[in-house]
Design a protein around this ligand. Sequence first.
Ligand code: GLC
Length: 799
Amino acid sequence: MILNQELEYKGDLFPSKIVSFTQEVNSFDFFSDNSVILRVSVIRDSLIRFRYTTKGYFSNDFSYAIDKGQSHGYNFLELLESDDVYQIKTSKVVCIIRKVDMKVAIFDLDGKSILEDELGFHWEENYNFGGNIVKMSKASKEGESFYGLGDKASHLNLKGKRLENWATDQYAFHKDQEPLYKVVPFYIGLQNKMAYGVFFDNTFKTFFDFCAERRNVASFWAEGGEMNYYFIYGPKMQDVVTTYTHLTGKPELPPLWALGYHQCKWSYYPENKVKEVTSKFRELRIPCDAIYLDIDYMDGFRCFTWNKDYFPDPKKMVAELAEDGFKTVVIIDPGIKIDKEYSVYAEALANDYFCKRADGPYMKGKVWPGECNFPDYTNPEVREWWAGLFKELISDIGVKGVWNDMNEPAVMDVPGKTFPMDVRHHYDGNPCSHRKAHNIYGTQMARATYEGVKRFSYPKRPFIITRSAYSGAQRYTSSWTGDNVASWEHLWIANIQMQRMSMSGMGFTGSDIGGFAEQPSGELYARWIQLGVFHPFCRTHSSGDHGDQEPWSFDEEVVDITRKFVELRYQLLPYLYTMFWEYINDGVPMLKPLVYFDQEDPQTHYRTDEFIFGNQILVCPILEPNAIGRRMYLPKGNWYNYWTDEIVSGGKEFWVGTDYDQIPIFIKEGAIIPKYPVQQYVGELEFEEITLDVYYKLGKEKSMLYEDSQDGYDYSKGRFSLSTFSLRGKENELIIQQHTEGKFETNYKRFKIVLHGLPFQVASIEFDNDVISLENAQYDGKTILFIHKDFTELHITGK
Ligand code: GLC
């Protein structure tokens, strides 16, 4: 055995042998004779935290990412000591810590290796800043794949890549560009059909290397702070992702309108331009719920002010837009213009709320308004003040959502595009430099915004969107992927980014549909909207530099395609809302890459294009011009072609032809898909009934439908309605049982049930001991019936 001390790997330092250990309930401290302490804390049977210090003591334990409300507890915990190792065993895993060099290896209960230290923990002292550069190397198995890490614009499987986490304003980024706007230091490894996760909760600049530098080594390191990571056991990827999401937190339900279609541009002004755009949506009958005001609504880009030439009476305008079903969302940036006459600046100055340089002056940098100072959102008092600033916008003017931008934080015309590293931050009582606070700055801004918008929107739900984010930001805000480009490559990137964000706990995300920089062709825009309606956040945005990007800026065919797909989104709102409810309740990602859906099938490990929207709809975008179809892969099982109802069995690659106004969409057999009637905006119509599209299956399948009052907090007091549909198909029979929980009464009274793919001719239809005459079950190639929504059992038999 080679000992670390003998390795002298690049001059790095290593723990030496363990000389003692202590235990406190679920936490074990192992002491080396060169002052390293490894603290292993068992949080859950499948969630173990590893923390290292080289000083002989630990500093204050503080994290912005970890959700304080996450659940703790384990079923089994045991520590055994032998001559060479310590062994910590839970009901899911065994963790071995070697006495000779503190190396860690984790196995499942069958003794299969999951994750083992290669060099393990090592470090380099940082002479310039103090502290250490902390490093970890793990052995990687043959055929191992890697996923996660937030908004990376790379292949879904990160094997062979080196990634950097440093929140950056990356205008017109390109494929594989590093780093980007968000920081999610969480990855999922998949080897031998077993998945595990690692969350490296360190806000300094971090790096991940997945077998790029050395073939069989996966490593991660940070430019400061602690080696502090959480190991998450699967073996199903589903369990890894949900455990990570529980650990870093889930959002509240957004108002349902926020799941509608949003229209944005830099910038819509003056008022009559805004109204021209909103009216055109109504005229062309393309559903739309939100209209955005970019920086030009402000007076000289001063946050919380209005340009009164463009918007003489914002309150009146916002109210008129609301009359027509449009919610107004406004941008708010972190840079506060240096201007003594400007009340926000004056208040912050008087209270010493701005970030300071190491030697005392306020951090000064140029953004849209010119020279600015920047609030230190890592100070709770500053967050409280910031939250209070939203009173006028929300309570008085009636704005419904706030868009936080430039919060990496972005600074113009300087190298590095951000604050210098000496800038000081409060960090909630753990004072530090920008090296540590940089990656969390945007999240703390969004958090303060969320607190303000929520306070003044209450009892309605807030809506926030941010560009920069660190793990855990999902508790406060949705996000978008920043300044992309109107190119086919970016359509590919957007598809991957959204799947990756979903797997990284931050599912409420979308791209700028059509591309922010440059101008899409009508065809590219059409292909983008066809994908975008299947992203949790769905907004067209553009820089406006190169022309217009409203659907009608393209030809009529594009307008029709946009309408068709946005209408589909509005029909699927109850399905999407149910997905969201599963996300906030169980941490289930809303979009599921194929590898997440079926990790056992090695064919899925490198698929990027197809994904599952919710649990039962497979979407495969068209990512090339002039396509008349594409090759694609369907996971195992039978699927219905959404457009034709043809049944295709998966587990293979095949060609599917599509028209310009279609993309491949497949429905899992047995699924029951709820649909609302098309509305021009959420809440426009009161409906008599909703549709359930039932896809026959020989066998069983469960589907869900979650509903509530679509806004407000009554749902948290039990006023929701959750129906579980159990479908059972036999050769000559179809049975659907419904079980409903919750105290919410929907307005509609009936389900319109549309049966797809019945393999038999209907002989009788019964529900809850009532018989429906066959004349009342209308045929139009399909069997359609109307039954009371509270049915408990529907029984259809064939001839
Ligand atoms: C940034 C944002 C973009 C916005 C622009 C002007 O580039 O990413 O979405 O339109 O600033 O505010």
